[in-house]
Design a protein around this ligand. Structure first.
Ligand code: M6R
Length: 609
């Protein structure tokens, strides 16, 4: 949450900061601001609203050149989104400006102390204490003051600082929240995430936790929180700039939905070798996997729904006990993680605070961790002893789409891999599964070809004020995900439910004003789903069914239906259902004129609790 961007180097127009910030806008978008130094003064401009508003306000200035600056796009935690609470924040002497991503948990205590020392606060944010603390500790050496300051702070933070005390230095600090450096011969950048610097450089440094980077026009030094110099580990990122552009699509979400076949193909390239599943980065010994009895899965949001599907695959194919919980609950439960357990943590960003805490907790209990993550340099990737990367590329739309299908595929592949090691499935089953999975990207292409039809159905259904998404067995998690997609971008109340639970309560909701999306593909629970559809129709609910092409029963009962190919192994059907439900949510939101890529109150990475 919140995006930060900074630059020091040859003079560049203010536009540079605004462009960098725009590429981070998916992280938060309720207010924004920029600060730079000119003629020994700190110049700050802040704006409630989007970066576009800030650009408009800075129109005359945007071509003016500066050689240092920081910028911020905010997702409010402490204090309303307004001009005063927008970052950057400045100290009383107007010498130090900072931007921050994270939460300072002890800010109230610190603020009280600083107020007693006559520091003047202008905002209600937790962030402002940082500027005043540095001001308090400054005695001619900025790094010295920062080292004292970070010792006082509890919580998570990525911070960028400029100061007229040392106008030739841009300072970045990381503890708990992501911060990367981008290096060039003409200047250095810092940012919360890769897309911000993609068009500017491919040479990056992933700052580690508890590191401070001092960037100058032509050099970078890194220190730990004790002030000791650290090695600067430069890496090259292998992501093309166009991957973070809309490429002619009206929204990132739509582009990312359409990228799914390609992402799945890439996943096969990485993890299939001569028709055998292999995970080259896995450090789990075969003997450990053979004897593995318990798997815990934790994640948040869409990644949790992928994990839920993983539970079905792992239980069915590998004969292990699988427990799953959202990370925000898992981390506070008294879970007894026995020996011979594995924790699977799933996250697109690898920066979700709860998932990270849950993972660290399991690690402290000596449980082996396998992460499924989309971001190589992320905190999750770094703390996990085992990583399976999902090669979905940058996902910019706040609603997760392509990362979800990549997570599902990786979980299927991992289940088959484990089942084979445990000798539970036959070679034929394994080979047939691989052949069928490899055909899925083309089947998704076929489904995406139906987008016009899905749009016209979505247009009709967008008048409903409340949705239920029903599925059973393997497609119960698909129903959960369909409901989440719809509610987060259209703001229509939507609930995902196991269809078998309808009679235990939710059926009371059904009347002619309720829309019910029923996933009723041919599998062992098809007949039961058909009965559930009957029950909804008997109470005048409006049914949109997701069915197989050959369907004869449910299609007759439903008001509308979207058809998908039938697989030999219907366990893999969630991979085909996901794009249908994503497109449906997308077109409902579009019809209602909602801000699809940046839904209200949400942010792409939830880096605070
Ligand atoms: O980056 P992560 O996968 O850890 O994020 C988890 C959730 O915050 C995320 O999936 C969220 O629910 C999305 N907005 C769903 O579309």
């Amino acid at each position: 949450m919140c995006g930060i961007f900074g630059y020091i180097g040859e003079e560049r127009p203010l536009q540079l900061w605004l462009d960098g910030l725009s590429r981070l806008e998916y992280r938060g978008y309720d207010s924004c601001g920029v600060a730079t130094i000119k003629n020994d003064f700190i110049f700050i401009k802040k704006q409630q609203g989007k970066i576009l508003d800030l650009r408009t306000n800075l129109k005359n200035l945007s071509l003016e050149k500066f050689n240092i600056g920081i910028a911020h796009t905010r997702w409010a935690t402490h204090g309303k989104p307004n001009n005063l609470n927008a970052h950057p924040h400045i100290d009383c002497g107007k010498k130090i400006a900072i931007v921050h991503n994270g939460i300072i948990e002890n800010y109230l205590l610190l603020k009280e102390m600083l107020l007693a020392e006559r520091h003047k606060f202008l905002s209600q944010t937790d962030t402002e204490v940082i500027t005043h603390l540095i001001e308090k500790f400054y005695q001619g050496n900025l790094l010295g003051a920062i080292l004292k300051c970070v010792k006082e702070l509890k919580g998570s933070f990525a911070i960028a600082i400029i100061s007229t005390y040392q106008p030739k230095q841009l300072i970045g600090i990381r503890k708990g929240s992501p911060l990367i450096l981008g290096l060039t011969d003409k200047g250095q950048f810092l940012a919360s995430d890769i897309p911000a610097i993609l068009p500017l450089t491919k040479k990056v440094v992933y700052l580690e936790d508890e590191q401070i980077a001092i960037l100058e026009k032509d050099k970078v030094n890194i220190f730990d929180f004790e002030g000791r110099p650290n090695r600067v580990n430069i890496e090259r990122i292998n992501i093309k700039e166009e991957q973070a552009l809309k490429k002619g699509f009206p929204h990132f979400m739509l582009k990312e939905i359409f990228e799914q076949p390609e992402v799945l193909d890439k996943t096969f390239l990485l993890y299939l070798k001569k028709e055998k599943i292999h995970f080259p980065q896995l450090n789990l010994k075969e003997s450990f996997l053979k004897n593995l009895k318990n798997i815990f899965i934790t994640a948040c949001g869409t990644a949790y729904h992928a994990g839920y599907l993983g539970k079905y695959f792992l239980e069915k194919y590998c004969g292990v006990n699988v427990y799953i919980d959202v990370a925000s609950e898992f981390r506070y439960r008294n879970f007894n993680l026995p020996n011979r357990s594995l924790l699977i943590s799933i996250s697109q960003s690898g920066e979700t605070a709860d998932t990270l805490f849950a993972t660290r907790d399991a690690k402290s209990k000596k449980i082996k961790v396998l992460s499924i993550c989309n971001m190589l340099g992320s905190s999750l990737a770094k703390i996990s002893d085992n990583l399976i990367l999902t090669p979905a590329g940058p996902e910019i739309g706040v609603a997760s789409t392509k990362a979800y299908t990549a997570q599902i595929l990786v979980l299927i592949l991992f289940s088959l891999y484990l089942a084979k090691i445990k000798n539970i499935i036959s070679e034929k089953f394994y080979q047939d599964a691989i052949v069928e999975l490899k055909a899925i990207p083309n089947l998704i292409r076929e489904i995406l070809g139906q987008s016009k039809k899905i749009k016209s159905i979505a247009d009709k259904f967008s008048k409903f004020g409340c949705f239920l998404f029903l599925g059973r067995g393997i497609n119960y998690p698909s129903a959960l995900e369909g409901a989440l997609k719809l509610k987060e971008i259209s703001y229509i109340p939507a609930e995902g439910y196991p269809a078998g639970e309808m009679k235990h309560g939710p059926i009371a909701l059904i009347d002619e004003y309720r829309a019910v999306v029923c996933i009723a593909v041919y599998d062992n629970l098809y007949e039961k789903m058909v009965s559930n559809i009957q029950e909804i129709k008997a109470r005048n609910g409006k049914v949109l069914a997701i069915l197989n092409y050959q369907d004869i029963q449910a299609s007759k009962l439903s008001d509308e239906a979207i058809y998908i190919p039938r697989l030999k192994n219907q366990d893999f059907s969630p991979l085909l259902i996901a794009p249908v439900l994503q497109l449906f949510a997308y077109y409902v939101a579009k019809n209602l004129g909602k801000e699809i890529d940046q839904p209200r109150n949400l942010a792409k990475s939830v880096t605070v609790e």
